[in-house]
Every structure is written in structure tokens, then in C-alpha cells.
Unconditional design. Structure first.
Length: 142
């Protein structure tokens, strides 16, 4: 549908150029054609009239233009939506990395506390370290 648009435009532009006369000149047995008459032996060729423009062509052209505009609007809208989704996904990924980094840090601190603890505090520190490891495994499986 839209592939006919350039052809139709070319036909409309060429319509005005076809109205100029074409001159045929014979010089020394050689025939040449031009848009200006030659000096001595020129004859004007009969150029057939251009066909009348198709009355449906302008309506089709307008429909094609409207369809093209609609497609362009849909493409721009889709690209904007995809860009917004990509930005949101990047933000979510960055937030997830920060959360996982914080959990890894808390787990490391809990393991350090468990290594330094003695007596009754040792068991509590081990439980805390194990819970931090479990929270990290749940939140950040990879």
C-alpha cells in the first residue's frame, strides 16, 4: 500500500514536465530530439496528452498518508514505552544489586562476629550468621 506512494508522487511531478513540446531535428542524416527548435529543419512531434488524473488517486494518497502517520505514531509510542521499561529494569537491577551487596556484607559481619565470640554469645552469633546466609540465599540466589 505504501510502496505505491513514491510512484504516485513521481507521476504527479512528471505530469507537468510532459506538457512541454518535443522537437525533432534532422541534420546531415542524423536525427536528434530536444526541447528547443533547431535552426532549419525542425518538426514538432505530437505529444499525446497526459491521462486525466485518477479521481481516486488523491483519496488513496490521503488514506496512505493517514495510515503512515498512524503507523509512525504507533512506532514512536512503542519505542518510548520500551525505553521507559528498559530504564525501569535498569533501576530495579541496580536496586537488587545494592540489596544483595548489603546482605552479603551483613553475612560477612555476622560470620566475623561468630569467629570472635566465645561462650554463650558464640551460639547466638552462629545462629545470626546462619540466618544471614539463609536471607542472602533467598534474596539473591545467584
Amino acid at each position: 500500500m505504501l510502496r505505491h506512494l513514491p510512484i504516485l508522487t513521481a507521476c504527479i511531478v512528471c505530469h507537468a514536465a510532459a506538457a512541454d513540446p518535443v522537437y525533432k531535428c534532422s541534420e546531415g542524416g542524423r536525427i536528434s530530439y530536444g526541447d528547443r527548435p533547431c535552426g532549419h529543419a525542425a518538426s514538432v512531434l505530437a505529444v499525446p496528452e497526459a491521462p486525466a488524473p485518477d479521481p481516486d488517486a488523491s483519496a488513496r494518497l490521503e488514506r496512505d498518508r493517514a495510515a503512515l502517520l498512524e503507523l509512525e505514531k504507533a512506532r514512536v509510542t512503542r519505542e518510548l514505552r520500551e525505553e521507559r521499561e528498559a530504564v525501569r529494569a535498569r533501576r530495579e537491577a541496580a536496586s537488587m544489586r545494592r540489596r544483595c551487596d548489603k546482605l552479603r556484607l551483613n553475612q560477612r559481619w555476622a560470620e566475623e562476629d561468630a569467629r570472635r565470640s566465645t561462650g554463650a554469645a558464640l551460639e547466638a552469633a552462629r545462629i545470626k550468621a546462619r540466618r544471614q546466609a539463609e536471607a542472602l540465599a533467598v534474596e539473591c540466589p545467584a
